[in-house]
Design a protein around this ligand. Structure first.
Ligand code: PLP
Length: 413
């Protein structure tokens, strides 16, 4: 495996301290089942590109319009990544692969579309939105005049509430998408609400990007004016962001990314994105995403059958949000106990959560990473038994051997 070889052959002699940390992370990932919905395991090919020599190259600007010489390889890689992105997200009129992350993609899109101090509307963090959708602790809440919408008592987006907030606030940008929202989003309805108010629609598909690319959940491409995403969650690429834009706004987006909010692009990450998009264009990827979605629906069903509450009662994507309010547990307590058993999960607020964000009454689970390992129905059912047991107070140690056996039977790519 390339990373392990690099640690062993070079890094361990040049810098044993860092090598030891990285080897420890290799071991941690191998021995842990990742059920964190925003994580996945990218391929060895992607990791190889991310640690390649092109990390040294400065390439400020865009292909054929750079501020430094020697960018012919950077140009080739960025063009390839853009072409593959547009092939993958059919109907995309422009792709910008330079954003360093999902947050910088959103910041750039908002700078381009709302302008400094401009009004924006997004989903509240505690309802399932993301910090970068106008939360007051994020630059997007500090630099723009943000108002937020929530979800109804069942945990679903209430389009009448969205319309009411948009009519009242008269934003330039409406944001659809979230971090712990497990249901399909009606992008056409969102676009109608935004356009009626003279706003543009930004769809943030950071979470379901891979499912969207594979066509197993609805796509906002061709409906939303701008689509932002991360490349490292369900899309299974390297850490990074991307923006798809309609022709009319593509130039504004381009200059809001560079020079607006970033300097030189991370060319090694862009090479990794190109590889991941190539992988996602293969038929196996569609099959993988179908299994991610089926596994999540099955996980939700198994947990419900064991008596746990799931926000909205199920899921349409890779996310399952467990509501612990009727149990004695908190999200923080189960996160810690799960880790002791070898499961990585994260505490998460549920709609209407009375507990603070570092405690919460919810648990967010995702099936992208374990499906990459090859999990099917039997293994997911086993995971559900373990989670239910932990919620009911069983000793995590009791499950450690079963988790280890799953990790060994289903190794990392
Ligand atoms: C909906 C959404 N947008 C944006 C982001 C930000 O991505 P990053 O962590 O790469 O900045 C996330 C990350 O979890 C997200 O869930």
């Amino acid at each position: 495996m390339s990373t392990a070889t690099t640690h062993d052959s070079t890094l361990s002699t040049k810098d044993p301290e860092v090598a030891a940390w990285l080897q420890r992370e290799d071991r941690r990932q191998r021995a842990t089942l990742t059920l964190i919905a925003s994580e996945n395991h990218c391929s060895a090919a992607v990791r190889e590109a991310c640690s390649s020599r092109i990390t040294d190259k400065y390439a400020e600007g865009y292909p054929n319009r750079r501020y430094y010489g020697g960018c012919e390889v950077a140009d080739g890689i960025e063009d390839l990544a853009r072409q593959r992105a547009m092939q993958l997200f059919a109907g995309a009129e422009d792709a910008n692969v330079q954003p360093h992350s999902g947050t910088t993609a959103n910041l750039a899109a908002l700078v381009a579309l709302a302008g400094p101090g401009g009004r924006i509307v997004g989903m509240a963090l505690k309802a399932g939105g993301h910090l970068s959708h106008g939360h007051d602790r994020s630059h997007t809440g500090m630099l723009f005049a943000a108002k937020q919408y929530g979800v109804d008592a069942s945990g679903r987006i209430d389009l009448d509430e969205v319309r009411r907030v948009v009519k009242e606030h008269q934003p330039k940008v409406v944001i659809a998408g979230g971090s712990s929202y497990c249901r399909n989003i009606d992008y056409a309805a969102f676009a109608a609400i935004a356009h009626e108010a003279g706003a543009v629609l930004l769809a943030d598909i950071a979470h379901p990007a891979g499912l969207v690319a594979a066509g197993v959940v609805p796509s906002p491409v061709g409906i939303a004016d701008v689509v932002t995403m991360t490349t490292h969650k369900t899309l299974r690429g390297p850490r990074g962001g991307m923006i798809l834009a309609k022709k009319e706004v593509a130039k504004q987006i381009q200059s809001a990314v560079f020079p607006g909010s970033q300097g030189g692009p991370l060319m090694h990450q862009i090479a990794g994105k190109a590889i991941a998009f190539g992988e996602a264009l293969r038929p196996e990827f569609r099959d993988y995403q179908r299994r991610v979605k089926e596994n999540a629906a099955w996980l939700a069903q198994c947990l419900v059958e064991r008596g746990l509450d799931i926000v909205t009662g199920g899921t349409d994507n890779h996310i399952v949000l467990v509501d612990l309010r009727k149990t004695d547990s908190t999200g923080a307590a189960i996160e810690e106990r799960a880790l002791a058993a070898g499961l990585a999960v994260n505490k998460n607020a549920v709609p209407g959560d009375p507990r603070p964000p570092m405690v919460t009454s919810g648990l967010r689970l995702g099936t992208a990473a374990v499906t990459t390992r090859g999990f099917g129905r039997d293994e997911i059912a086993q995971v559900a038994v373990i989670i239910d047991g932990l919620v009911k107070g069983q000793d995590p140690e009791r499950h450690r051997a079963a988790v280890q056996s799953l990790c060994e039977r289903f190794p990392l790519p």
